[in-house]
Design a binder for this molecule. Structure first.
Ligand SMILES: Cc1cc2nc3c(=O)[nH]c(=O)nc-3n(C[C@H](O)[C@H](O)[C@H](O)COP(=O)(O)OP(=O)(O)OC[C@H]3O[C@@H](n4cnc5c(N)ncnc54)[C@H](O)[C@@H]3O)c2cc1C
Length: 478
């Protein structure tokens, strides 16, 4: 049953659960929770609830369960697949974790940090650094996204190559289930083979199995040295050959390897007009090595690059001589993403293939766009070291927004077909949300669907937690 409005009695019950300041129902107050970062999605909600403690989350979930009212958990709202926004405006409430934002405990001897789910990722990184530790999850949205959102989406980012995705970094979770019960899954242990590893069910579940209220993560020693170089190459094939060599020559010292097509730099300039890439080349790459104090990291990277240049694999390279210069290299990678949002609607993908298939993916995707959608501009960049490419396509500026969006559906479908044909995934790290749900669900085998449905039904039998995200609504499970 869809609930279309909240009666005064229900509103006062919510107020009792989260306090007066934790309840917003006016359109102006709710606006920032109902639109996404890129301006792609707008949704609706009957109310926005902002609990200040796990106990308040429990109280409101009990209420929602009694009422049969759907709930959308929301973190920093930086997700790119409409997971935290109900685009169908189906009469749900948004539960924002933003007030649940404390660092609970740092244990530098155990190399662990425990925080509320609404703690902003950058705050966790800063707190770790103050203890001479590193929390290595790193992404462009780290100043806004929350650790609960990172857990719910199994976030990736630029350091996956060395440290893994959120799934590899999380030691424990605290979760409020659909019926309001609290599960405390903290142990602080790195090894714990006691039955099912339940936290892994919630990591990457995109808020469909419960509301994460606390997260415990692994920390690492803060690297004493970081070396960064910006490279020019003749092709992405050369870039991936270089990466392969670097893995062997520099071993596990590599902490990031990103590729950037030359055409992307123009987008970064939309945000910082004076910005120039340190090299001119059709394919560009950022490589970062990091380590403790006892090895000659600069010598290792400089020596490796000298050999690669002598061989003609790299056409030019700039090794950063200061932290500020390294930061300016990374700014190109970050601003090109912002530049796309500033330019307006564009097709955004998050494809992954086997690392060795990256050149084929880019080559086939570029050919597809040039032949099937002339005038559209193809951009290729991403976490190539993990086999993850954001192959995005900009519509011609002459095309109206409505027509561009309509034609974008065919562009997206063509790119997904290429990735799937190569044995890849249509969602490397951003998730499924509402925008990729159909493609995700259609591609599952009956056995896979049965297991997913069984999990959802066991933990959320009334289908109240983030309905419409990831899975079809309960009535249409099949
Ligand atoms: C500029 C930019 C760069 C980005 N770069 C990367 C990148 O490199 N790698 C990457 O993986 N992603 C990237 N993203 C996507 C996004 O930042 C991540 O998906 C991030 O983990 C989302 O966190 P959030 O707190 O903003 O979650 P939201 O956007 O608020 O929510 C995302 C999903 O998680 C659920 N959710 C949120 N909080 C909770 C909770 N406490 N309990 C249960 N469910 C919850 C929501 O219901 C929704 O389904 C980028 C986004 C931007 C805007």
């Amino acid at each position: 049953m869809t609930i279309h409005s909240l009666s005064p009695d229900i509103l006062s019950a919510f107020e009792g659960a989260v306090g007066r300041s934790g309840l917003t129902t006016d359109a102006a107050g709710m606006a920032k929770y109902l639109g996404d970062w890129a301006g792609d999605y707008r949704g609706g909600a009957l109310a926005v609830l902002r609990p200040g403690s796990a106990a308040e989350v429990q109280a409101l979930m009990r209420l929602c369960s009694e009422l049969g009212l759907g709930v959308i958990p929301q973190g920093g709202n930086t997700g790119l697949v409409s997971g935290a926004i109900d685009t169908n405006c189906a009469g749900l409430v948004v539960v924002s974790l933003e007030r649940l934002n404390a660092i609970r405990r740092i244990d530098p001897d155990n190399f662990t940090l425990q925080a509320d789910a609404g703690c902003v990722l950058q705050t966790m990184k800063d707190a770790s650094e103050a203890e001479d530790c590193l929390f290595p999850l790193a992404l462009g949205a780290q100043g806004s996204c929350q650790i609960g959102g990172n857990a719910a989406t199994n976030a990736g980012g630029v350091n996956v190559l060395r440290y893994g995705m959120a799934r590899d970094l999380i030691l424990g979770l605290e979760v409020v289930l659909a019926d309001g019960e609290l599960w405390n899954g903290f142990s602080g242990l790195r090894k714990n083979n006691s039955g099912y590893d339940l936290k892994q069910l919630f990591i990457g579940s995109e808020g469909t199995l419960g509301i994460i209220t606390g997260v415990e993560v692994k920390l690492f020693p803060k690297p004493a040295q970081v070396e960064t170089a910006y490279l020019g190459l003749s092709s992405f094939e050369a870039a991936m050959t270089l990466f392969n060599r670097a893995r062997r020559a520099c071993s596990d010292l590599i902490s990031a390897f990103e590729i950037i097509g030359a055409e992307c730099v123009e987008l970064a300039r939309l945000i910082e007009p004076g910005m120039t890439a340190p090299v001119t080349a059709p394919a560009q790459a950022l490589i970062e090595l990091s380590s403790g104090p006892t090895i000659d990291l600069n010598g290792i990277l400089a020596g490796f690059l000298a050999d690669a240049m002598e061989e003609g694999l790299v056409t030019n390279a700039v090794l950063a001589t200061s932290g500020a210069q390294a930061k300016s290299f990374w700014a190109i990678r970050e601003k090109l993403v912002e530049g796309q949002a500033k330019r307006g609607y564009h097709v955004r993908t998050d494809l992954s293939v086997r690392i060795s298939d990256i050149p084929a993916l880019i080559e086939r995707a570029r050919r597809f766009v040039a032949i099937e959608h002339p005038g559209w501009i193809a951009l290729a960049y991403g976490h190539a070291g993990d086999g993850n490419i954001h192959f995005n396509v900009l519509p011609p500026l002459s095309l109206g927004a409505t027509e561009a969006r309509a034609r974008g559906i065919a562009v997206t479908a063509g790119l997904y077909d290429i990735a799937v044909d190569l044995g890849g995934s249509i969602s490397a790290e951003h998730g499924i949300g509402r925008s990729r749900r159909r493609e995700f669900w259609d591609a599952l085998s009956p056995t896979h669907r049965r297991m997913v449905t069984a999990l959802k039904t066991a933990l959320d039998p009334k289908g109240l937690v983030n309905p419409g995200c990831l899975l079809p609504s309960t009535e249409t499970f099949s």
